[in-house]
Design a protein around this ligand. Structure first.
Ligand SMILES: O=c1ccn([C@H]2C[C@H](O)[C@@H](CO)O2)c(=O)[nH]1
Ligand SMILES: [Zn+2]
Length: 142
């Protein structure tokens, strides 16, 4: 069973309604599709200490990983923007940790979206191999 980009975007749109955004008022929703066909959604969760905010994309990814899922095929992200919702640098690096070739559907509330891969969003992203190259060892325990 596979889920269309449109369906995933619809699920991200629903998750967006749960956004906790008293400071920016900027609601973002995300929906992450796993290899097994499960979907984990997320919204942005802000804090009075602004830097502690967690974006919608990372909320969805952390929910999935914390429930034992690490293989992802697509992530939809949506916000009320005239262009398309573009993930921040922190989220791009977190996506790259698990799925460099994952598709990202960047959407808006006008029914428009564009699909791009994580590698295209963050070319040359930092990996465990970069630590090996410095002789420090990654210490990775998959
Ligand atoms: O792709 C994005 C971009 C921004 N935000 C959130 C962080 C913050 O709560 C608000 C404004 O930056 O939007 C996301 O969740 N995802
Ligand atoms: Zn982000």
């Amino acid at each position: 069973m596979t889920i269309s980009a449109e369906k995933l975007i619809e699920m991200a749109k629903e998750a967006r309604e749960k956004a906790y955004v008293p400071y920016s008022k900027f609601k973002v929703g995300a929906a992450l599709l796993t290899q097994e066909g499960k979907v984990f959604t997320g919204c942005n969760v802000e804090n009075a200490s602004f830097g502690l905010t967690c974006c919608a994309e990372r909320t969805a990814i952390f929910k999935a990983v914390s429930e034992g899922n690490r293989e992802f095929v697509a992530l939809a992200v949506i916000a009320d923007v005239p262009t398309l919702c573009s993930p921040c640098g922190a989220c791009r690096q977190v996506m790259a940790e698990f799925a460099g070739d994952m598709k990202v559907h960047m959407a808006n509330l006008h029914g428009q979206y564009k699909t791009i891969t994580v590698s295209e969003l963050l070319p040359g992203y930092f990996t465990a191999e970069d630590m090996e190259a410095q002789g420090t060892g990654s210490g990775v325990q998959p």
